[in-house]
Design a protein around this ligand. Structure first.
Ligand SMILES: *Cc1c(COP(=O)(O)O)cnc(C)c1O
Length: 384
């Protein structure tokens, strides 16, 4: 049976992998080398210089392509450098329509780096496709979607936007960091590019900074590969190895992230000292139907607002947590708590932030794979 036909749980382990040709090593060795001996000028075994390609990175890139049901994977030095490569497909004068409630670093890259180079960005709520259609002009080239959104957990209908993008001849890129391909496969829903901060769930152990792109189209893959090699923000061999190792347990970890996420979301929702909980698995979540249709589960990312709703209330709770670590990032085996207004989203002006619901009291949890009772007890003592 070809590895392409395997189920997801098997692809996470075997997808795009084969024993190393040198000695049959089951895990690809960490090819910690910059260059490769040639027998005659141009006479090499497919590798010349490790910015262009490295066998450990190739193994990771093949795994990425496999789990996202794509044909080509590209591994970058960080999620942001992967996004950077996508924006470099554009030219001055081009316009991008982006989710309004998105990763703070993406917002900063778009506005503080690319806007001054002549690319313009519109940030809008994407719960309705009509809103997007209204913003398209002849200069629009790319739609940038993040779903579930960060940190408000809105869910955006990828299939509907893909149909619009196709009709208008636009590229659709989806940041799939929060859902991972275990829960959502954007290429199957019609997107052209899937992007990951593999730093998060794909790596899964809070030990690397890595980014990824996966596409199906050869011409698009060639352009992105050109940019990856020309700009040079590649994923190194050690980080490629660690990320590949992480992917091999993605399905097992995600299953537990989902179970724990649900237990904690329901605990918070029933807690008298909690005002509001954002998690797409709730039946009364405004996009629950879309989430149910396009995702295979609801993940372990949750945001909530404590009663009282002040900056100080939120800070007091995150400081008191003991099992949850107060830290940036998400998607690791350990549970993390964050305060978006002062941490991940501090680079977005308060007024912009609050328009999309990121108020000062909002707390974001990345629920890990510990025992859920310990996590609930920890939240209980911190909320008081
Ligand atoms: C972390 C993150 C990024 C940026 O990735 P880095 O690996 O930190 O560069 C982009 N998008 C989302 C949704 C993220 O969580």
């Amino acid at each position: 049976m070809s590895k392409k036909e395997l189920h997801f749980n098997s692809k996470a382990i075997h997808g795009g992998q084969q024993p190393d040709p040198a000695y049959g090593a089951v895990m690809p060795p960490i090819y910690q080398t910059s260059t490769y001996a040639q027998t005659t000028p141009g006479g090499h075994k497919g590798y010349e210089y490790s910015r262009s390609a490295n066998p450990t990175r190739t193994a990771l890139e093949n795994a990425l392509a496999s789990i996202e049901n794509g044909n080509y994977g590209l591994a970058f030095a960080s999620g942001l450098s992967a996004i950077d490569a996508v924006i470099k497909l554009l030219e001055p004068g081009d316009e991008v329509i982006s989710t309004n409630d998105l990763y703070g670093g993406s917002y900063r890259l778009f506005l503080q780096v690319y806007e001054k180079l002549g690319i313009s960005f519109q940030f809008i709520g994407m719960q309705s496709v009509d809103t997007i259609a209204e913003k398209i002009t002849e200069k629009t080239k790319l739609i940038w979607v993040e779903t579930p959104t960060n940190p408000m957990m809105n869910v955006i209908d990828i299939r509907a936007i893909a149909a619009l993008a196709k009709e208008k001849g636009l590229l659709l890129a989806v940041d799939n960091t929060f859902a991972t391909p275990y829960l959502q496969r954007p290429l199957d829903l019609g997107a052209d590019i899937v992007m990951h901060s593999a730093t998060k769930y794909l790596g899964g152990h809070s030990d690397v900074i890595v980014g990824a792109l996966v596409v199906r189209d050869k011409a698009l893959a060639d352009k992105l590969y050109f940019l990856q090699n020309a700009s040079g923000a590649i994923c190194g061999p050690m980080d490629s190895f660690l990320t590949l190792r992480g992917i091999k347990t993605l399905h097992v970890r995600m299953q537990r992230h989902c179970e724990n996420g649900e237990a904690i979301a329901r605990f918070l929702k029933s807690h008298p000292k909690i005002e509001k909980v954002y998690w797409p698995g709730f039946e009364d979540h405004p996009n629950h139907d879309v989430a149910k249709a396009q995702m295979d589960g609801f993940g372990g990312m949750i945001s909530f607002i404590p009663r009282g709703s002040s900056f100080e209330d939120a800070v007091r709770i995150v400081e008191k947590l003991e099992v949850f670590t107060l830290a940036e990032s998400l998607g690791g085996v350990e549970s993390l708590a964050g305060h978006p207004a002062s941490m991940t989203h501090a680079s977005i002006p308060k007024e912009e932030r609050e328009k999309s619901g990121v108020v000062d009291a909002l707390i974001r949890l990345s629920v890990g794979i510990e025992d859920s009772q310990d996590l609930i007890d920890d939240l209980q003592q911190a909320i008081g």
